[in-house]
Structure formats: C-alpha cells, structure tokens
Design a binder for this molecule. Structure first.
Ligand code: CTP
Length: 411
C-alpha cells in the first residue's frame, strides 16, 4: 500500500506528534481539523507514544500510525511518501529536540526524516510546548530564529503554569489557534472570486433584556455563522462578523463585532453593510423585545413578571434587502429560514416577502440539523429555483453557500 492522496479533495494534514505532556492536546487538534474537513495522518516519535498511544491515533484516523522508518506500510520509502502526501505539516507539541533536529537537518527517526523530506512549497507549522528554561535556552531560541528565517511558521507558546510546576513561557498555544493556523494555509486564496470582497455575517442569538438580570433569548449556538465567516476568510474575503452572545473563538482573520440585543445587531450590521458586497444573515435574531427594560431586578412578589409586553424588533434582513440597490453595484443578501414544517413553501414566502437573493432553508426539526448540531440539512431557495443539499457538516454548508455567492456575484 503506497501512501497516496484520496480523491476527496480534502486538505491533507500530517500531524507530527512529539514526546511532551501536551501530546494529549494533539488529539483535540486532530478532532478540530477533521471537523473542518481535513484528512489527518499521524507520524509519532517513539517518545510521544508514551503519552498517547497508537490505539488512540488509529481509532481516530483509521490509518496506521507512522512511527518507524521501515516495515509499517508497503511503501519502500514511507518518509518520502508521507512528506509528499501532506498539503500542510503540523508539528505539535514541538519539543526542543525536534526543533534542534529540524534546524540542523538531522534525520534519525521517522518524524525527523519526514520533516526533512517535506517539499519546499508545503507549509510546516510548529507549535512548541516545553519547560520555561528549555524554551528560553539560547540554543532553543537560536533554533526557533533559524527556522523562522526558513519560513517555518510558529504558533508561539504562551505564559502560564506549566506541567512541571514552573511558571512562565512554554505553555502550548490554545488548540483553536493551532487549528486555525493549519486551516489558514489555504492555497486558493489569491485567485478566489471572493478574495478582497467585503462580506458581513450575522451569527448567534440576541438577548433582549427584561431587567438587569433577565432576558429573552434562543438556543442558537452561532456555529453556522462562524463556519461561514471562517470559510470566507480562508477564501481571502474581508469578513465582518456581527456576533450575538456565543462561546466560540473568533476565526482567524475575521473582524468580530460583539453585540447583545437585536437593536445593537441592527445598528452594527447596517453600518458594516455600507461598503459590503455581501450580507449573510445567519443570526437567530429575536423577533420581539420587551417594550420596557426595568432599571432594577423585578421582584416576583411585588411586580408583574407574568406579563411582559413585547414589541417587534426591526427586521435586519429585510432592511438590508431594501438598501442593497443603493450604490449601483451588484450586492447580495442571504437570509436563513429555520422551519419545522412546509420547509420549501415557508422559505420561498420569506424570500419573496423580504426580497432577498437567497434563502438557506433549514429543517430544525431534524436531529442532524439546526441549533447546536455540527451538521446541517439545508436547501438553497432563490428566484432560480431550489437546491436540496444532503446532510453536510456546517463547514461544508458554508463552502457550498460561498460557491453559490461567487457564482451570483460573477453573473
Ligand atoms: N432576521 C433579521 N432580523 C430580525 C429577524 C430575523 O435579520 N429581526 C433574519 C435572520 O437572521 C434570518 C431570517 O431573518 O436570516 C429569518 O427570518 P424570520 O422572519 O425571523 O424567520 P422566523 O423567525 O423563522 O420567522 P417566522 O416565525 O415567520 O417563520
């Protein structure tokens, strides 16, 4: 069996795991990358297998773990095959030892031989983690400088309390930051049709205050909007993400504006849309907000909490649609429709009522779709017709949506 690329078109990531306590975090990074549609293979040093064993890597990748130079695959020269297979190489946790080997060109085991065999155009990302004194040692710092001069990318360690009980620099960077560095090594950047286009994305729920401690909200996780923002940034777009309260990290390269209420989301989105080419309204904006916000915590025994008078919020999507013809350029406004029944009919009615260019209709009654899930089952509804997509990851839905937007802007 030679090590060959699958025809799936997925980004191939070679994860080189080294012998440090932070090796367990490589498991989480692997999962994050798989969720973002990467195909991951693991090359492990012998020492790293004391921290995380082959059973873990093989269970997650369904591939043999590479840790020996010979006899684990039919390939005659596995380190050359592995290095050629990768679109991007991630070394984590990078020890002082592996960086010293990389800097000097030493190739005395599978991982170091593979790293030396990586073709010049393939990006290598290094995420170090070690004891503060090992990190600050002049030898380590000299190796880091040398590798940076050679355009090896670093996700630098942070400061904190280390496993060895010392405090200082040497703590592995946050795993989302490491995954983002890998995902940002996009090759289609400069040539993509969305490159340098300004795209505004709304995401997450809004919170409508009743009093200083109570609010009306919904269970939107923000995952769909964040996946769109991340995928658009990876295509080189200039992305403004208007986010309601969610607990998600900001995707790399995305300008994020945090808002709480529908009114704040309205103001921020309208301002960002002034020079935008595309708006994608993925937020679950509250349709109603309390008429009055009490300036003190309402007391259930003394004050009326059983009746809250509500008033409708401004429909941001409809307002963007009304404004999109201003400026004389071709702009696109995309809305979402969360439905539990008569999906297509309801979504088409929404498309026509709000006059948007595309509705992403989402059947939230399904388990594999909608709020909180990592997958989504959607249909694209536009004047041109309907396109029903299979169950896809939110990342895949984002990619299909951006393909659709590219075509529209190009027409
Ligand atoms: N939307 C918005 N501003 C609002 C309300 C909704 O921009 N104040 C956007 C959402 O971001 C989404 C779309 O409108 O893109 C959803 O439409 P909406 O009419 O809110 O759908 P539902 O709440 O599902 O409405 P209905 O109860 O009529 O189905």
């Amino acid at each position: 069996m030679r090590i060959t690329k699958s025809s799936s078109g997925k980004r191939c990531v070679l994860l080189c795991v080294c012998g440090g306590i932070a090796a367990y975090k490589a498991v989480e990074v692997l999962r994050l990358l798989q969720r973002e549609d990467c195909e991951v293979r693991v090359a492990a040093t012998q020492e790293s297998l004391r921290f995380v064993g082959t059973a873990t890597w093989e269970g997650l990748t369904h591939e043999r773990t590479a840790y020996e130079l010979f006899d684990w695959t039919d390939s005659a020269i596995p380190h050359i095959d592995l290095a050629g297979w990768a679109d991007v190489v991630l070394v984590m946790p990078a020890t002082a030892n592996v960086m010293a080997k990389m800097a000097t060109g030493m190739a005395d085991d599978l991982v170091s031989s593979t790293l030396l065999a990586v073709p010049a155009q393939t990006p290598i990302i290094v995420a170090p983690a070690m004891n503060v004194h090992m990190w600050q040692a002049p030898a380590t710092q000299a190796n880091v400088s040398l590798l940076r001069e050679r355009e090896v990318q670093f996700v630098m360690p942070t400061s904190g309390h280390l496993a060895c009980d010392d405090t200082g620099e040497g703590k592995l960077a946050p795993i989302e930051q490491i995954a983002d560095a890998v995902l940002s090594t996009s090759t289609h950047h400069a040539t993509d049709k969305l490159s340098a286009r300004h795209i505004v994305v709304t995401a997450g729920p809004t919170h409508e205050a009743i009093d200083p401690v109570r609010y009306i909200a919904n269970s939107s996780s923000g995952k769909m909007g964040y996946a769109i923002a991340r995928a658009a940034a990876l295509r080189g777009a200039d992305v403004t993400l208007i986010s309601g309260p969610v607990s998600l990290p900001t995707p790399r390269g995305v300008r994020r504006i945090d808002v709480v209420s529908a009114a704040q989301m309205h103001d921020a989105t309208l301002a960002a849309f002034a020079d935008a080419d595309v708006a994608i309204c993925a937020a679950a904006v509250a349709d109603y907000t309390p008429m009055r916000v009490a300036d003190h915590k309402l007391k259930k025994s003394k004050e009326r909490l059983d009746v809250i008078e509500l008033t409708e919020t401004v429909d941001i999507l409809a307002e963007l649609c009304a404004k999109k013809r201003e400026g004389g350029r071709r702009r696109m406004v995309v809305g979402f429709a969360a439905e539990t029944n008569d999906l297509i009919e309801n979504a088409r009615a929404k498309l026509e009522r709000k006059e948007c260019d595309l509705i992403v209709a989402n059947d939230v009654s399904r388990e594999d779709s909608g709020f909180g899930a990592d997958t989504n089952r959607v249909s694209f509804i536009s004047a041109a017709g309907e396109e029903e997509l299979p169950t896809l990851t939110k990342h895949e839905v984002a990619e299909r949506l951006l393909d659709n937007i590219s075509e529209y802007l190009d027409a």
